[in-house]
Write a protein that binds this ligand. Structure first.
Ligand SMILES: O=C(O)C1=N[C@H](C(=O)O)C[C@H](O)C1
Length: 291
């Protein structure tokens, strides 16, 4: 199981491949992980935003987890697996988190509960109920998607819970990191790809970054430079990754990533489940330059 100290470096949230008719495509998933896990990344996230969590059934998540575990064993690596279990229903999130712990997940990723517009107290209690399962938990703040932005005070309270091992900060800026600096010992991982280098400078311990599945070694190098205090060099190295990173988020993640992976022959299809749609022709043209 993951501990706070392990939450550093590069974690890659993985896609959930589908066949052209929208069914789970496990052979593609196996091939894809076989390639990705050749890089010495610090972990993967299954069923995160990039894994299309809202439209993936829980039984499908279990199947993905089993394939990931098989590939990890076959390659003889020890890459930790974090499973996205967050929903906007506390009881479902508790059940899923307990189940992921039983499967052997190293940690879970729990997004702040969206849609219901809970109070900050309600959001705190949501996390409090989920950590009681005993599975290490990474809190995930992504206001652009959830429509809620927690105060730094409430996030600090959540981070003080035993079992919350850190934060994935996808707020898109450095304000939360700045506000929490010195107020928590728990690691904060960058979760907004284009601010990665700035967040490292501000104390982030690494990143959970969908775009790191391309140019993975270069992302690892950016992280290494920052871990050695070479922040200017890290920013310079990251600036070379920015053009592709920005394009990957021009349309909704993970459609651009799936298109790239399908074009590279790693996935059989770039299929996403509705309401997501494949990328536009004009983005395809721009991304082609990076294939
Ligand atoms: O799947 C994830 O985890 C991530 N999702 C974010 C998003 O799509 O909003 C971006 C980040 O790269 C990781």
């Amino acid at each position: 199981m993951l501990q706070s100290n392990d939450l550093k470096g590069i974690f890659v949230p993985v896609v959930t491949p589908f066949t052209q008719d929208g069914e789970l495509d496990l052979p593609s998933f196996e091939r894809y992980l076989g390639q990705l896990l050749r890089h010495p990344i610090q972990g993967i996230v299954i069923n995160g935003t990039t894994g299309e969590a809202p439209t993936v059934e829980w039984a499908e998540v279990e199947a993905l987890f089993e394939v990931a575990r098989t590939v990890i064993r076959r390659l003889g690596v020890r890459t930790p697996i974090i499973v996205g279990t967050g929903t906007n229903d506390t009881r479902t999130t508790v059940r899923r988190t307990a189940a992921a712990g039983e499967w052997g997940a190293d940690a879970v990723l729990v997004v702040t509960p969206y849609y219901s517009r809970p109070s900050e107290e309600g959001t705190f209690r949501h996390f409090q109920a989920v950590v009681e399962t005993g599975t290490p938990l990474v809190a995930y703040e992504v206001p652009e998607r959830t429509g809620i932005r927690l105060s730094a005070e409430t996030m600090e309270r959540i981070l003080t819970l035993d079992g919350v091992i850190g934060l994935k900060d996808a707020t898109g800026g450095i304000d939360l990191l700045h506000a929490l600096a010195g107020r928590t010992e728990k690691p904060m991982m960058a979760g907004s790809d284009d601010t990665f280098a700035r967040m490292l400078r501000r104390g982030a311990s690494g990143g959970i970054l969908a775009s790191a599945q391309f140019r993975t070694e270069a992302f690892l190098e950016v992280n290494r430079l920052a871990a050695n205090g070479l922040f200017d060099e890290a920013e310079a190295a990251f600036s070379k990754l920015l053009p592709l990173t920005r394009l990957l988020f021009r349309e909704t993640n993970p459609s651009p990533i799936k298109w790239m992976l399908a074009q590279s022959g790693i996935l059989a299809s770039d299929e996403v489940r509705l309401p997501l749609t494949p990328i536009t022709r004009s983005l395809q043209e721009e991304l082609s330059a990076f294939l």
